[in-house]
Write a protein of this length. Structure first.
Length: 202
Protein backbone atom coordinates (compact mmCIF):
# COMPACT_ATOMS: atom_id res chain seq x y z
CA UNK A 1 0.00 0.00 0.00
CA UNK A 2 0.41 2.61 0.30
CA UNK A 3 1.10 5.05 -0.53
CA UNK A 4 1.93 8.65 -2.46
CA UNK A 5 2.83 11.93 -4.33
CA UNK A 6 2.78 15.12 -6.45
CA UNK A 7 1.65 18.68 -7.23
CA UNK A 8 1.82 21.97 -9.04
CA UNK A 9 2.19 25.62 -8.19
CA UNK A 10 0.93 28.89 -9.63
CA UNK A 11 3.17 31.51 -8.02
CA UNK A 12 6.18 33.56 -9.08
CA UNK A 13 8.95 31.39 -10.46
CA UNK A 14 11.49 32.69 -7.95
CA UNK A 15 9.44 31.39 -5.04
CA UNK A 16 8.50 28.16 -6.81
CA UNK A 17 12.15 27.39 -7.60
CA UNK A 18 12.88 27.32 -3.87
CA UNK A 19 10.43 24.47 -3.44
CA UNK A 20 7.34 24.08 -1.32
CA UNK A 21 6.87 21.84 1.70
CA UNK A 22 4.02 19.37 2.00
CA UNK A 23 1.52 20.45 4.65
CA UNK A 24 0.90 17.06 6.19
CA UNK A 25 -1.86 18.18 8.54
CA UNK A 26 -3.81 19.59 5.58
CA UNK A 27 -3.21 16.64 3.26
CA UNK A 28 -4.74 13.20 3.03
CA UNK A 29 -3.32 9.97 1.59
CA UNK A 30 -5.10 6.65 1.90
CA UNK A 31 -5.31 3.24 0.29
CA UNK A 32 -8.37 1.08 -0.34
CA UNK A 33 -7.88 -2.67 0.05
CA UNK A 34 -10.75 -4.89 -1.03
CA UNK A 35 -11.68 -8.31 0.32
CA UNK A 36 -11.68 -11.50 -1.72
CA UNK A 37 -12.03 -15.26 -1.21
CA UNK A 38 -14.88 -17.66 -0.55
CA UNK A 39 -15.47 -16.25 2.93
CA UNK A 40 -15.45 -12.60 1.86
CA UNK A 41 -19.03 -12.15 3.07
CA UNK A 42 -17.76 -12.26 6.68
CA UNK A 43 -14.66 -10.13 6.00
CA UNK A 44 -14.12 -6.39 5.60
CA UNK A 45 -12.86 -4.04 2.94
CA UNK A 46 -10.20 -1.79 4.43
CA UNK A 47 -9.04 1.81 4.23
CA UNK A 48 -5.45 2.52 5.26
CA UNK A 49 -4.77 6.13 6.27
CA UNK A 50 -1.16 7.18 5.66
CA UNK A 51 -0.24 9.63 8.43
CA UNK A 52 3.02 11.44 9.05
CA UNK A 53 3.71 12.19 5.38
CA UNK A 54 6.49 14.58 4.40
CA UNK A 55 7.51 15.92 1.04
CA UNK A 56 8.45 18.77 -1.24
CA UNK A 57 7.43 20.29 -4.54
CA UNK A 58 9.26 22.31 -7.18
CA UNK A 59 7.27 23.76 -10.06
CA UNK A 60 8.02 26.40 -12.66
CA UNK A 61 4.73 28.13 -13.52
CA UNK A 62 6.27 29.57 -16.67
CA UNK A 63 6.71 26.02 -17.96
CA UNK A 64 3.61 23.94 -17.26
CA UNK A 65 5.39 20.70 -18.09
CA UNK A 66 8.11 21.17 -15.46
CA UNK A 67 7.39 19.51 -12.15
CA UNK A 68 9.36 17.91 -9.32
CA UNK A 69 7.77 16.17 -6.36
CA UNK A 70 8.85 13.87 -3.57
CA UNK A 71 6.62 12.38 -0.87
CA UNK A 72 7.50 9.91 1.88
CA UNK A 73 5.30 8.09 4.38
CA UNK A 74 6.56 6.16 7.43
CA UNK A 75 5.29 2.59 7.56
CA UNK A 76 4.58 3.13 11.25
CA UNK A 77 2.18 5.92 10.23
CA UNK A 78 -0.13 3.58 8.34
CA UNK A 79 -3.38 3.56 10.31
CA UNK A 80 -6.02 1.03 9.26
CA UNK A 81 -9.78 1.50 9.42
CA UNK A 82 -10.12 4.64 11.50
CA UNK A 83 -13.82 5.33 12.12
CA UNK A 84 -13.65 8.70 10.37
CA UNK A 85 -11.90 7.25 7.33
CA UNK A 86 -14.33 4.34 6.94
CA UNK A 87 -17.20 6.83 7.11
CA UNK A 88 -15.48 9.14 4.61
CA UNK A 89 -15.07 6.47 1.94
CA UNK A 90 -18.43 4.83 2.62
CA UNK A 91 -17.32 1.49 4.02
CA UNK A 92 -20.00 -0.24 6.13
CA UNK A 93 -19.41 -1.32 9.73
CA UNK A 94 -16.85 0.11 12.11
CA UNK A 95 -14.05 -2.07 13.45
CA UNK A 96 -13.22 -2.46 17.12
CA UNK A 97 -9.82 -1.29 18.42
CA UNK A 98 -8.78 -4.95 18.70
CA UNK A 99 -9.71 -5.59 15.07
CA UNK A 100 -7.82 -2.50 13.92
CA UNK A 101 -4.73 -3.58 15.86
CA UNK A 102 -4.92 -7.01 14.23
CA UNK A 103 -5.18 -5.50 10.75
CA UNK A 104 -2.16 -3.25 11.42
CA UNK A 105 -0.17 -6.19 12.77
CA UNK A 106 -0.81 -8.14 9.55
CA UNK A 107 -0.15 -5.06 7.41
CA UNK A 108 3.27 -4.34 8.89
CA UNK A 109 4.21 -7.99 9.41
CA UNK A 110 7.07 -9.75 7.65
CA UNK A 111 4.82 -11.40 5.06
CA UNK A 112 3.31 -8.07 4.05
CA UNK A 113 5.04 -4.67 4.24
CA UNK A 114 7.77 -5.82 6.66
CA UNK A 115 7.69 -2.43 8.33
CA UNK A 116 10.63 -3.13 10.65
CA UNK A 117 12.95 -3.77 7.68
CA UNK A 118 11.43 -1.23 5.30
CA UNK A 119 10.31 1.73 7.40
CA UNK A 120 9.50 4.15 4.55
CA UNK A 121 7.24 4.26 1.50
CA UNK A 122 8.08 6.95 -1.05
CA UNK A 123 7.44 8.49 -4.43
CA UNK A 124 9.95 10.57 -6.43
CA UNK A 125 8.87 12.10 -9.73
CA UNK A 126 11.08 11.70 -12.79
CA UNK A 127 9.03 13.25 -15.62
CA UNK A 128 5.68 14.80 -16.42
CA UNK A 129 3.39 15.16 -19.44
CA UNK A 130 0.35 17.45 -19.50
CA UNK A 131 -2.78 16.30 -21.33
CA UNK A 132 -6.11 18.15 -21.14
CA UNK A 133 -5.09 19.99 -17.95
CA UNK A 134 -4.15 16.70 -16.29
CA UNK A 135 -0.57 16.17 -15.14
CA UNK A 136 0.60 12.64 -15.96
CA UNK A 137 3.41 12.33 -13.44
CA UNK A 138 5.84 9.45 -13.85
CA UNK A 139 8.09 8.55 -10.97
CA UNK A 140 9.71 5.93 -8.77
CA UNK A 141 7.39 4.41 -6.20
CA UNK A 142 9.23 2.46 -3.49
CA UNK A 143 7.47 -0.07 -1.29
CA UNK A 144 8.95 -2.88 0.79
CA UNK A 145 12.39 -2.31 -0.68
CA UNK A 146 11.19 -2.58 -4.29
CA UNK A 147 11.05 0.40 -6.64
CA UNK A 148 8.77 0.51 -9.66
CA UNK A 149 8.13 3.26 -12.18
CA UNK A 150 4.47 4.31 -12.17
CA UNK A 151 2.44 7.10 -13.80
CA UNK A 152 -0.16 8.97 -11.79
CA UNK A 153 -2.80 11.34 -13.26
CA UNK A 154 -3.19 14.49 -11.16
CA UNK A 155 -5.49 17.48 -11.07
CA UNK A 156 -3.98 20.70 -9.74
CA UNK A 157 -5.80 23.70 -8.24
CA UNK A 158 -3.71 26.78 -7.36
CA UNK A 159 -4.26 28.29 -3.91
CA UNK A 160 -3.16 31.55 -2.35
CA UNK A 161 -0.19 29.90 -0.65
CA UNK A 162 0.64 27.10 -3.09
CA UNK A 163 -1.43 24.33 -4.62
CA UNK A 164 -3.82 21.53 -3.88
CA UNK A 165 -3.36 18.31 -5.83
CA UNK A 166 -5.75 15.41 -6.17
CA UNK A 167 -5.32 12.04 -7.84
CA UNK A 168 -5.67 8.31 -7.59
CA UNK A 169 -3.82 5.31 -8.93
CA UNK A 170 -3.59 1.56 -8.43
CA UNK A 171 -0.70 -0.77 -7.69
CA UNK A 172 -0.42 -4.55 -7.44
CA UNK A 173 1.00 -5.83 -4.18
CA UNK A 174 2.65 -8.70 -6.03
CA UNK A 175 4.74 -6.20 -8.04
CA UNK A 176 6.50 -5.27 -4.79
CA UNK A 177 7.66 -8.69 -3.71
CA UNK A 178 4.87 -9.95 -1.48
CA UNK A 179 1.57 -11.77 -1.82
CA UNK A 180 -1.74 -10.20 -0.73
CA UNK A 181 -2.91 -11.22 2.74
CA UNK A 182 -4.53 -14.66 2.80
CA UNK A 183 -5.79 -16.98 5.54
CA UNK A 184 -7.79 -20.20 5.85
CA UNK A 185 -6.31 -21.56 2.61
CA UNK A 186 -7.37 -18.43 0.76
CA UNK A 187 -10.95 -18.36 2.00
CA UNK A 188 -10.14 -15.06 3.72
CA UNK A 189 -8.00 -12.83 1.54
CA UNK A 190 -7.68 -9.44 -0.13
CA UNK A 191 -7.34 -8.52 -3.78
CA UNK A 192 -3.91 -7.94 -5.26
CA UNK A 193 -4.84 -4.49 -6.58
CA UNK A 194 -4.75 -1.60 -4.11
CA UNK A 195 -6.21 1.81 -4.93
CA UNK A 196 -4.30 4.82 -3.59
CA UNK A 197 -5.95 8.25 -3.24
CA UNK A 198 -4.05 11.48 -2.64
CA UNK A 199 -5.27 14.97 -1.68
CA UNK A 200 -2.19 17.07 -1.03
CA UNK A 201 -1.65 20.64 0.06
CA UNK A 202 1.66 22.44 -0.48
Amino acid sequence: MLVLLMACLAEPAAQAAEGMTLKGSESRIFALVYKAGAASSVAHDHVIHATGASGSLVFDPSRGDTLGIKVSVPASGLSPDEDAMRTLVGLPDLLTPTQRDEVKSHLLGESQLAGDRFPTLSFQSTSVVVEDKTFLVTGDFSLRGVTQSITVPLKVAPTEEGARVKGRFSVLQSDYGYAPYSALLGALSVKDEVEVVVDLTF
